[in-house]
Design a protein around this ligand. Structure first.
Ligand code: ATP
Length: 388
C-alpha cells in the first residue's frame, strides 16, 4: 500500500473512531452569500460547547445544519463516527431548545414533557417525566399550565422536554435570550448544573460573551462565518490571537507598537517611545509592527514615580480624562502623551485612593499580561458589537 493510501486509511479510521460531533469543511451559501465558510469543528462528547459571535456571524446556520434543518452546501457532519450530513432531522439523535419555548399552552407541564415519549409509544412515561421534572426542579409545578409559570420555569420545561428524548447532542439556540438579566444569570448556573448531571453534549449558541464564558468548557468565537479562535474561556480571554477576539470577549487596550527584537522567549516592542516586553507565546504578530494588547483590569494606575507591582514597565505622562465609579471598581480613562485614551479598571479594595480628572498618573502592567496582535488587523474589530 502506498504512503498516501496509508494516510488516507488512518484518517478514515480516525474519523470513524471519534465519538464526538465533527464538522469538516462545512460551508453554507445562500445565493452568492456565504454564511458559514469551511468550518472545521470538533465537539468532544459530553462537553459544554459555546458558539459565540455577533449577530449574523453564522452561529444559527451552523446549529441548523447540525440539527438537519439546513443542508450544507459543502462539507460533512459526523456524530460518533456516523455521517449525518444529509440525515433527516428526526433521524438524528439531536434535540434543540429555542429561545421561544414553544410549549403546548393547553397541556400541563407533565403532559408537555411527556408529549414526545407518548407519541413514540414509549412505556414508563410517568416515571421518566418525574425524573426530568426533578432534574429541572419543577416537580411541584407538574399540573400547572405553561402560562402559570415564569419565563425561567418555562425554559426549564422546554429543556426537560428535550432531554427526555435522551439525545446525544442538545442544541441550545439563545435559550436564555428572552429572560431578564437576573433570571438569565440564575439559569446559566442551572443549565451548567444540569449538563454536568446528565453528561450529554450541549452546544450553546449565544452572542452574550459572559453567558458563553460562564457555562462552556470550550468557546468558539465566530466572526463572518469562520471561527477566529477556540479554547477554554480563560485561555481565550487571557491570550486572544486576533483583535476581534480581544475586543469582543471583554475589552482591550490596543496600542500601536514597533517590534525591536524577537528572542525565543520574549518580544520587545517600542510603544510610542517606551520599550515593553511580551512573552513569545503571547505574540501573534508577523512583521515589524503589532498591536500591544492589555486588558483594562491588568493596568495599574499610580502617582508619578510610585512603585507599583509591575517592575520596569511604567508608562509615564498619562492624564486622567474620565472617572466612573461603578461600585466594585473605578473605571478610568487616561489620555496618554500620544493622544490615545486607555481604559483602566481599578478594583475597589479600599486600599487605593481615587484619582481625579486632570491628575497626572503613571500606568504600568506586568509584561506577562500583555499580548501582541497582527497590525494588519483592524484595532476596532469587534469593539462596537454589543455583547448583549
Ligand atoms: P443571530 O445571532 O442574529 O441569530 P447568527 O450568527 O445566528 O445571528 P445566522 O442566523 O446564522 O447568524 O445568519 C448568518 C447570515 O446568513 C446572516 O447574514 C443571515 O442574514 C444569512 N442567512 C441566514 N439564513 C438565510 C436564508 N435562509 N437566506 C438567506 N440568507 C440567510
Amino acid at each position: 500500500m502506498s504512503q498516501a493510501a496509508d494516510v488516507e486509511e488512518a484518517t478514515a479510521r480516525d474519523e470513524s473512531s471519534y465519538d464526538g460531533l465533527r464538522l469538516r469543511g462545512v460551508t453554507k451559501s445562500f445565493g452568492a452569500f456565504t454564511a458559514v465558510d469551511e468550518l472545521d469543528l470538533d465537539v468532544p462528547r459530553g462537553s459544554f460547547f459555546a458558539l459565540l459571535g455577533p449577530s449574523g456571524c453564522g452561529k444559527t446556520t451552523t446549529l441548523r445544519m447540525v440539527a438537519g434543518l439546513e443542508v450544507p452546501t459543502r462539507g460533512s457532519i459526523t456524530l460518533a463516527g456516523k455521517d449525518i450530513t444529509f440525515a433527516k432531522p428526526y433521524k438524528r439523535p439531536v434535540n434543540t431548545v429555542f429561545q421561544s419555548y414553544a410549549l403546548f399552552p393547553h397541556l400541563d407541564i407533565h403532559e408537555n414533557v411527556a408529549f414526545g415519549l407518548k407519541r413514540r409509544k414509549v412505556g414508563n412515561v410517568d416515571t421518566q417525566v418525574k425524573e426530568m421534572l426533578d432534574l429541572v426542579e419543577l416537580s411541584t409545578q407538574a399540573r400547572k399550565k405553561p402560562t402559570q409559570l415564569s419565563g425561567g420555569q418555562q425554559q426549564r420545561v422546554a429543556l426537560a422536554r428535550a432531554l427526555i428524548n435522551q439525545p446525544e447532542v442538545l442544541l441550545l439556540d439563545e435559550p436564555l435570550g428572552a429572560l431578564d438579566l437576573k433570571l438569565r444569570r440564575a439559569m446559566q448556573i442551572e443549565l451548567k448544573r444540569i449538563q454536568t448531571e446528565v453528561g450529554l453534549t450541549f452546544i450553546h449558541v449565544t452572542h452574550d460573551q459572559e453567558e458563553a464564558m460562564t457555562m462552556a468548557d470550550t468557546v468558539a468565537v465566530m466572526n463572518h462565518g469562520v471561527i477566529e479562535q477556540m479554547g477554554p474561556p480563560a485561555a481565550l480571554y487571557e491570550n486572544p490571537r486576533t483583535t476581534f477576539v480581544a475586543n469582543f470577549l471583554g475589552q482591550s487596550n490596543l496600542l500601536d507598537g514597533t517590534i525591536k527584537s524577537r528572542a525565543s522567549d520574549l518580544v520587545v516592542v517600542d510603544m510610542h517611545g517606551v520599550d515593553v516586553s511580551i512573552p513569545a507565546d503571547r505574540a501573534h504578530a508577523e512583521g515589524d509592527r503589532g498591536w500591544v494588547g492589555i486588558r483594562p483590569e491588568k493596568v495599574l494606575i499610580g502617582e508619578l514615580g510610585e512603585e507599583l507591582d509591575a517592575p520596569g514597565n511604567s508608562i509615564p505622562g498619562g492624564v486622567v480624562s474620565d472617572v466612573s465609579f461603578v461600585g466594585v471598581s473605578t473605571q478610568y480613562l487616561v489620555r496618554m502623551p500620544w493622544g490615545q485614551e486607555l481604559q483602566v479598571f481599578q478594583q475597589n479594595t479600599g486600599h487605593r485612593r481615587l484619582f481625579r480628572v486632570g491628575e497626572q498618573v503613571e500606568l504600568s502592567w506586568r509584561p506577562e499580561y500583555a499580548f501582541l496582535l497582527d497590525h494588519a488587523q483592524d484595532a476596532h474589530a469587534g469593539a462596537d458589537q454589543d455583547a448583549l
